[in-house]
Design a protein around this ligand. Structure first.
Ligand code: 13P
Length: 251
């Protein structure tokens, strides 16, 4: 099969006003025009999505959202649906980020529900999984990942299983400056692909892109990307500065 196209995705989290988001998107569009061998995705806050789309349309920079709600519309104050995100120009949606799990009580069951709605609306889900420091220290990394996949990523059809993006983000590496070593990351990525193969078959496992996230910076991305089972990065802090993100995309 064709080689998996790497993805470099920026998760802007709760940062940037609309004006700042538009400015950053403009710089990325301008400076990354020639990049063809990898996908570039930026995920601004909900309020900046529409304005950012205007800036990056007809470019190679794609748009993602950081979350979604599983209902399509109605009396759900404060929520935004997958249908609306697609309509506003998103191609991707991050689901189950560890900050959503930690601070907003998201569960694997709820994440699975969102995953199916995202697929139905034509968004490509980027499903986040990863263990906490305590879980790693107790040698629970693989069992935690297994549960997150078996419950959170259950029930896909063959096409959906190929298109899905998984992001392995060890919670202890997020925003801490402590990245997993390339070997530590590769070990978990290989495990995820093997498990995925058992559930969805060899073809799907060869197609699914597994991103690493957690303190990825311009100076460590190339070692990370050399690992055979790492297909890109989901980047927080370093995606907020044009210079850094440009370097990351050009790893
Ligand atoms: P940092 O790159 O800031 O560690 O964040 C990673 C992350 O959570 C991306 O979703």
């Amino acid at each position: 099969m064709d080689k998996r196209i790497p993805i470099v995705a920026g998760n802007w989290k709760m940062n940037k006003t609309v004006g700042e988001a538009v400015e950053l998107a403009g710089l990325l569009k301008q400076n990354l025009q020639d990049v063809k061998d990898r996908e570039i995705v930026i995920c601004p806050t909900y309020i900046s999505i529409f304005a950012v789309k205007e800036v990056i349309k007809n470019s190679n920079v794609k748009l993602g959202a950081q979350n979604m709600y599983f209902e399509k519309s109605g009396a759900f104050t404060g929520e935004v649906s997958a249908f609306m995100l697609k309509n506003a120009g998103c191609d991707y949606v991050i689901i189950g980020h560890s900050e959503r799990r930690q601070y907003f009580g998201e569960t694997d069951e709820g994440i699975n529900k969102k995953l199916h709605v995202a697929n139905k609306e034509g968004l490509i889900p980027i499903v986040c999984i990863g263990e906490t420091l305590t879980q790693r220290e107790k040698n629970e990394t693989f069992s935690v990942i297994e549960k997150q996949i078996k419950t959170g990523i259950a029930g896909l059809d063959a096409e959906q299983a190929k298109k899905l993006v998984v992001a392995y983000e060890p919670v202890w590496a997020i925003g801490t400056g402590k990245t997993a070593t390339p070997q530590q990351a590769e070990e978990v990525h290989a495990f995820i692909r093997k498990l995925y193969s058992e559930i969805y078959g060899k073809d799907a496992a060869e197609c699914v892109r597994i991103l690493y996230g957690g303190s990825v910076k311009p100076n460590n991305i190339s070692e990370i990307m050399k690992q055979p089972n790492i297909d890109g990065g989901l980047i927080g802090g370093a995606s907020l500065k044009a210079d850094d993100f440009i370097k990351l995309v050009r790893y």
